[in-house]
Each structure stands twice: as C-alpha cells, then as structure tokens.
Design a protein around this ligand. Structure first.
Ligand code: ZN
Length: 242
C-alpha cells in the first residue's frame, strides 16, 4: 500500500467509525433513561407527600375516635341527672337540656367528621397503591432500557476499539510528515479527514480550488490539504481506481 492508498483506507475507516458513533447512536435511549429517572423521582415525591397527608388525617381520626366515647358519656350523665333529680328548677332543667343538646350535636358532628376522614383515608390508600404500581412500572421500564443501553454501549465501545486499532495499524505505514498531516486533518474533520478532488472542487467542503491547487493535487508528488477545511485532497484518478 502506498501512502495514498493508506490515506484512502484511513478516510474510509473514519467514515465507517462516524456511523457507529456511540454518542449519536445511544443519544435517544440515553434521553429516554433520563426522562424515566425524573418521572420516578417525581412519582416518589408525590407518594411521600401523600403518605404525610395520610398520617395527618389518621392522627386526626384517632383523636376524634377518642373523643366520641367522652361525648356519649356526657350525654348519658346529663340525661341521668334529669331523671334522678326531679323537682329541679326550670332554669336548671333548661341548662341540663342545653348540655345534652350540645353534647349530642358534638357527637353528630364528630361522627360525620369521622366518616369523612375514613373516606379520605380509604381514597388515599387507593391512590397510594396506584402510585406504587406506577413507580414499579416506571422502574421496570428504567431497568429494561438501562440493560439495553449497557449492551449497546458495550457493543459500540468494542466497535470503536476495532476502528482505533485499524487506524493505528494503517498509520504505522505512513511517514511522519504524512502522519502529522493526517492528524491535523482529523482534528478538524473527525468524520472524513481524507477526500477526493472532484474536478476542481474539494470533496469535503465543496469549495472551488484554483487551477494551481488542482494541478498540485493531481500531480500527486506532495500531499495537499484544502485551505478551507484542512482535509487531505487526493487526486481523482487515484479515487477512480479504488
Ligand atoms: Zn475543503
């Protein structure tokens, strides 16, 4: 292989490598994983919030359930006083009746509130199991995607390593000057550092070249780089043979 052939092989190797670029290939699945992760965090935050609300309502209900027997006892006591103590003044009777009425009202309100709280707690329990199921589903999706990502990444890394090995092997056949030129070209054009002159146009950036430049490239004595894009320009007759 002469240096032109080696450069052409290097150019081809780079073009093939650019097709399996892991960043481009794995971008969509990476973004999917990232979105799943934030969905899981949001759902977990919501679940924690729900658990706190549940706890508050539960404590409220427990307190209420402690109060209900107290009110029941108050009512019974007041009623007993009314029965036992006959001959009470009208004023005392009214007072006791008011006490009973108030205790009964408290009891009714308390019972209604307890029912309301119980309903709310039941609703929270249901919401909680829905949220937990959703988190479980999201985590399963996350794990599945992460497994695919890791497999694809390992595959891409392996491919990249094989392109790098081929590049290294090819570059061993180049003289230091040509190798340096190639390094410069690849720095600015990692996907296709070596292009073929198409009549008088650079095959990379498509800029028109001067007659003098075209002559130099086609002569093939010295390697010429496009002054615009820094790619190495190879003569078209060499390319036609390939
Ligand atoms: Zn160019």
């Amino acid at each position: 292989m002469d240096k032109i052939e080696i450069l052409m092989a290097l150019g081809e190797n780079n073009r093939e490598r650019s097709k399996v670029d892991p960043k481009k290939q794995l971008g969509p699945i990476y973004r999917e994983i990232r979105d799943l992760k934030s969905a899981i965090l949001a759902a977990e935050k919501q679940l924690n919030h729900m658990a706190r609300e549940y706890q508050e309502k539960k404590e409220e209900l427990d307190q209420l359930l402690l109060d209900v027997p107290k009110w029941t006892a108050d009512i019974a006591k007041a009623k007993e006083r009314m029965i036992r103590q006959r001959g009470l003044s009208l004023k005392d009777m009214l007072e006791i009746q008011q006490e009973v009425a108030k205790a009964e009202e408290n009891q009714l309100l308390g019972e209604a509130k307890a029912i309301d709280l119980q309903n709310k707690l039941a609703a929270y329990t249901k919401e909680k199991s829905i949220a937990q199921a959703r988190i479980k589903e999201l985590k399963a999706q996350f794990n599945q995607r992460a497994t695919i990502y890791n497999q694809e990444k390992a595959k891409a890394d392996l491919q990249m390593a094989s392109f790098a090995a081929k590049e290294e092997e090819l570059m061993e056949g180049l003289d230091p000057e040509t190798a340096a030129l190639y390094q410069d070209a690849i720095r600015s054009n990692p996907d296709n550092p070596v292009v073929i002159l198409e009549k008088d146009i650079c095959g990379g950036c498509r800029i028109g070249l001067s007659k003098h430049m075209v002559k130099l490239v086609n002569h093939g004595d010295k390697l010429i780089c496009c002054e615009n894009c820094m790619r190495i320009l190879l003569p078209s007759h060499k390319g036609a043979k390939e």
